[in-house]
Write a protein that binds this ligand. Structure first.
Ligand code: GRF
Length: 207
């Protein structure tokens, strides 16, 4: 049974996609053991509570140093003894020590086709604003392993989504969530839970 800790910061629609996929069997052999939010008022915590999943808050501004925050976050994660950590709309930078300790056991959902529109500063609506500014005809979402960099770890799954000429960033974000994020994140978790994901020389092989 794959023990999953999900890190969130906001609405939690990706968390909800995971909860629903575990419930309906699209994710097998898995259990969400803890949801950890970087914000006290994240609606994702309500989603966890409604699903009977233990929630916790580790908020950077509650700590007087980066070291104290990093320790609190690491302890809160390790208490749950997860096999996999899922960043689902999590907007705080993870301590490098955590990425090292959980090499190829932390995944993130990013709302673009990496390596486009990713890296420092590219999160939430900004990603879609830049895609529309560039005039791309396809965008999408990527699930990747988290390494010490920003959106730079081995890519697990991607799914493309059409960009329409009159899209606003909000309309495009919603389409990417519905058609890509909420599908490939659960799919990636199920593949990992069933031992079908290998990382060979920095590249992912799906068996
Ligand atoms: C989404 O745009 C997602 O792509 C990004 O964070 C945003 C909010 O996600 N990772 P959620 O609704 O909190 O899951």
């Amino acid at each position: 049974m794959l023990r999953i800790a999900v890190l969130v910061s906001g609405g939690g629609t990706n968390l909800q996609a995971i909860i629903d996929a575990v419930a309906d069997g699209r994710i097998t052999n898995s259990k969400i053991v803890r949801v950890i939010s970087s914000k006290k008022d994240a609606y994702a915590l309500k989603r966890a509570q409604d699903a009977g999943i233990e929630g916790a808050v580790v908020c950077k501004k509650d700590y007087d140093s980066a070291e104290a925050f990093n320790k609190a976050l690491t302890d809160t994660i390790q208490e749950a003894e997860p096999d996999l950590i899922v960043l689902a709309g999590y907007l705080t930078v993870l301590p490098a020590s955590l990425a090292e300790a959980y090499e190829n056991r932390i995944i993130n959902i990013h709302p673009s086709l990496i390596p486009s529109f990713c890296g420092v500063g590219y999160y939430g609506l900004k990603v879609h604003e830049e895609a529309l500014k560039r005039g791309v005809k396809l965008t999408g979402a990527t699930v990747h392993f988290v390494d010490a960099g920003c959106d730079s770890g081995p890519i697990i799954l991607q799914r493309a989504v059409e960009v329409k000429y009159d899209d606003t960033p909000e309309i495009l974000q919603r389409r990417v969530m519905e058609q890509a994020e909420w599908k490939i994140l659960p799919e990636a978790i199920d593949l990992i839970a069933n031992g079908r994901v290998q990382v060979i020389n920095g590249k992912v092989r799906i068996m």
